[in-house]
Ligand binder design. Structure first.
Ligand SMILES: [Zn+2]
Length: 325
């Protein structure tokens, strides 16, 4: 593990203290009686001196219920935020010597959940909204369109000479209802919204947007929505580069969240900031129950047939099956 990390978090206790400060910035506060004094029972567990209620530093965070040390989670977050193209479960398994692909995969899903800031704001100003098909690069397999590409709405903030922030949302179909839902959730009313001439965008003015339809250009390579196309291309490349294993449509949400998290912070000078942002969000999000991990988010199409935890890519499975404990 990097020296910079060891200096920041040399021990389990330093991780604990960091979470404690994020959780209770003004000192312990009992969630039941608001009491401000507590005994530390053990590990991350505290007992309120006023009402005996036991409160844990990790309750309500993605670390809740994990039997692994916090230090390991912090290492995972450091690793994830320091890889430019994102990481695979297999990479994480090797880095942390997790011993089980399934555990590494579950950790990745939890970390990706933490990449969406709860209550994030809507994009405002000049916005491009477009549709793209993503996912499921299946070498050697053809003709299975239904389990292949997935329709994604790409929302891009246009800052004049550069791209601002983005939002990516998977939708079931390109109907007016689906698009209105996403745009209302992701774009501030009053914004100038550029779309192509797809008729389902027709109702945007009624929803309070200044809607501008960009006519399709004639020539090849000419695109109506340059920013949407650029972002869609980048996602495609990123999915290919960082996730050699085919991305199942039902997991695509998580990859889209990871891409958005990285993309919207691409100008941050320090990787360390990304790391601290991820910890902060990991504390703020509700834990992801195991039963939810294979469940697509709302607005998603029906789950894939037989979607279960993914199997490690055969070529990369460690010889002999088990890694050292
Ligand atoms: Zn209390």
């Amino acid at each position: 593990m990097a020296k910079a990390f060891e200096e920041l978090f040399p021990s389990e206790e330093t991780c604990h203290e960091h979470l404690f400060r994020l959780r209770w910035p003004e000192g312990f506060r009992c969630p039941r009686c608001q009491g401000q004094k507590a005994w530390r029972v053990h590990g991350d567990l505290y007992r309120c001196q006023q009402c005996d209620h036991q409160a844990s530093v990790t309750a309500g965070t993605i670390f809740h219920g994990s039997r692994r040390p916090l230090l390991m989670w912090f290492r995972a977050m450091w690793y994830v935020t320091n890889q430019r193209f994102g990481v695979s479960a297999l990479g994480l398994m090797k880095e942390l010597d997790l011993g089980s692909y399934h555990t590494a995969w579950a950790w990745m899903q939890k970390l990706r959940t933490a990449m969406v800031r709860p209550g994030r704001d809507r994009l405002a100003g000049t916005i491009e909204v477009g549709l793209t098909y993503l996912g499921a690069h299946k070498p050697g397999k053809r003709g299975r369109g239904a389990s292949g590409k997935v329709l994604v709405v790409v929302v891009v903030q246009d800052l004049g000479n550069r791209i601002g922030r983005i939002r990516l949302r998977r939708i079931r179909n390109a109907s007016a209802d689906s698009l209105a839902t996403v745009i209302c959730e992701e774009v501030e009313p009053g914004s100038r919204v550029f779309t192509d001439g797809w008729r389902a965008f027709g109702g945007l003015a009624e929803l309070g947007y200044r809607h501008v339809v960009v006519p399709k250009e004639g020539g090849p390579g000419e695109t109506a929505l340059p920013l949407v196309n650029r972002v869609a291309h980048l996602i495609d490349q990123w999915l290919l580069k960082s996730h050699q294993v085919a991305v199942r449509p039902s997991y695509l949400d998580y990859y889209l969240d990871e891409f958005t998290f990285r993309f919207n912070r691409r100008t941050w000078r320090s990787r360390e900031w990304l790391f601290f942002a991820l910890i902060q969000q990991a504390v703020a999000v509700a834990p992801l129950p195991a039963s939810m991990m294979n469940t697509p988010r709302p607005l998603a199409p029906p789950p894939d047939k037989g979607a279960g935890p993914p199997k490690p890519p055969r070529a990369l499975t460690p010889a002999g099956g088990k890694r050292g404990a």
